[in-house]
Design a protein around this ligand. Structure first.
Ligand SMILES: CC(C)(COP(=O)(O)OP(=O)(O)OC[C@H]1O[C@@H](n2cnc3c(N)ncnc32)[C@H](O)[C@@H]1OP(=O)(O)O)[C@@H](O)C(=O)NCCC(=O)NCCS
Length: 211
């Protein structure tokens, strides 16, 4: 069920977002996020989905602010079984050895900017007076995790996201990497050589998140 990959992804995702307070409860990783619309994030494999759902449904956070990410072979079946939790979307846990990722240059006239801390690499591609694309990679001993890969709609389909991924991979060097891909992102990562491990269902407690 790719438990180790899921854990490695969660460690990097948490590092990328600055969510450093997490612990294991009943084989569920509980990340104390503390943001108004996401108080807590539960991460688990499907075999622990019931425990994760129980935690989400019995915690003391406002409706709509407890989130779950559950790795599952069948997101639709799991979504039906998790009610009254609300299924939000399906993503895909993906992996690659960064040395094997395809490389692409930054297209002219765009300019690459890279900034690094010991555990996080940030890449921005700027052009026409604005940030056109950006992305982040957390680099931990458990593996690298790509996060927040985005191209501004006005600059899409020009090869900027794959240039962002190239710059992140070069800065992170030869590590195994993970990410959770959106439907938009999955074809991009596949074109770079990433492999899909398993779908992940993103769900949350029902109710309106506070603004
Ligand atoms: C996904 C996203 C980052 C792609 O950015 P981009 O700069 O347009 O991507 P690129 O131009 O580098 O695309 C590289 C390749 O990826 C594939 N690709 C990218 N977006 C695609 C899409 N929407 N559908 C199908 N293939 C796509 C193609 O193979 C493309 O090459 P091609 O244009 O020669 O066919 C952008 O659409 C986006 O910001 N989406 C919203 C945020 C998001 O979902 N980010 C991913 C989070 S995991």
């Amino acid at each position: 069920m790719h438990e180790e990959a899921l854990t490695r992804w969660q460690r990097g995702w948490s590092a990328s977002r600055g969510w450093t307070d997490y612990q294991q409860v009943d084989d569920v990783t509980v990340v104390r996020v503390g943001e108004p619309q996401r108080r807590v994030q539960y991460v688990a494999t499907e075999q622990n989905a019931t425990a994760a759902a129980h935690l989400a449904l019995t915690d003391c956070h406002p409706p709509g602010t407890s989130w779950l990410t559950i790795a599952t072979d069948d997101p639709d079946r799991l979504a039906a079984g998790l009610k009254p939790l609300e299924a939000i979307r399906t993503q895909w846990l993906m992996t690659i050895s960064l040395a094997e990722q395809a490389t692409y240059p930054v297209p002219a006239p765009y300019i690459l900017e890279v900034s690094e801390t010991p555990s996080v690499i940030d890449v921005r591609i700027c052009g026409y007076g604005e940030v056109a694309a950006s992305g982040r990679m957390a680099v931990l001993h458990t593996g690298a995790v790509a996060d927040m890969i985005t191209t501004d709609p006005a600059h899409r389909r020009r090869g900027l996201a794959r240039a962002v991924m190239t710059a992140l991979a070069q800065a992170a060097s030869t590590r195994t990497a993970y990410l959770s891909a959106s439907p938009d992102g999955r074809p991009l990562y596949e074109s770079l050589g990433w492999t899909t491990l398993i779908p992940v269902l993103v769900a949350r407690t029902a109710g309106t998140s506070p603004t």
